[in-house]
Design a protein around this ligand. Structure first.
Ligand SMILES: [Zn+2]
Length: 250
């Protein structure tokens, strides 16, 4: 039953992913999300509905614009697939529940933030703050406890102090993202922060190895790594936290 629901939500998940592409491209520029309709980035020909079917159109057009044959960036189908997989995974993990819905919203926000931070080094307030507020309210209503608020503000405070200690590393966008992570994850938010920071070490070492001392001044976008940590903690945070606590005998 759960598997069937997960398989069904995969398809609207693709459509949501398609919408997230629009959000990530337009919201940082403060452009309307609905008009004008999508157009080719090269020749500006409006894209017909039959060429705008998630995934399928990209495959049928072989990744090229119908009019000018310009290459369509692979990030579009990648975002659609990632969104659909994450939304399905939420229903597979949490069943048909409010938990699954709030998890899906959380994952969608993380996908959009990953794109905007990677491309423009921006974590838009208009994505992260409303999502943090909704997720905090819904989680507190579903499972009443101060846990969600404490985790949200605790995680944000932690990254705020980290940003103060290492200016040029993290930014205020990352602090607001931590607010969302805490609201969504509760007690497992440390798993997300640790996973994100450890994952971010990999490209940091690569940059340092390649560019030496000059590399110290190069910034990497931290948001995508925190988002990765958020996904890991959402699906495996409880198990990881338990085994960690078990390891240290408490
Ligand atoms: Zn074109």
């Amino acid at each position: 039953m759960t598997a069937a629901i997960a398989a069904i939500v995969f398809w609207p998940g693709l459509a949501v992913g398609s919408f997230l592409n629009v959000v990530a491209a337009r919201l940082p520029l403060r452009r309307s999300l609905v008009s004008p309709g999508s157009a080719c980035m090269s020749c500006e020909t409006p894209i017909a509905w039959y060429d705008n079917v998630p995934l399928l159109s990209y495959a049928l057009l072989r990744g090229r614009c119908r009019s000018c044959r310009a290459t369509i960036p692979w990030k579009y189908p990648a975002v659609e697939i990632a969104t659909a997989v994450l939304v399905s995974a939420c229903f597979l993990r949490f069943g048909l529940s409010g938990e699954a819905l709030v998890g899906a919203l959380f994952c969608c926000a993380l996908v959009a933030i990953t794109v905007t931070d990677f491309e423009r080094r921006i974590i838009p307030n208009r994505i992260v703050l409303p999502c943090a507020a909704v997720v905090l309210a819904v989680n507190t209503a579903l499972r009443p406890s101060p846990e969600w608020a404490i985790a949200a503000f605790g995680a944000a405070l932690f990254l705020f102090l980290a940003a103060l200690a290492y200016p040029g590393g993290m930014g205020m966008g990352d602090v607001k993202l931590a607010l969302l992570l805490g609201a969504a994850l509760g007690r497992t938010v440390p798993v997300a922060l640790m996973t994100g920071m450890v994952a971010a070490l990999v490209p940091s070492f690569v940059i340092l190895a390649r560019h030496g001392r000059k590399g110290r001044k190069m910034r990497i976008a931290f948001g995508p790594f925190l988002a990765l940590g958020g996904v890991v903690a959402l699906f495996a945070g409880g198990d990881l936290l338990d085994s960690y606590l078990h390891l240290f005998g408490s």
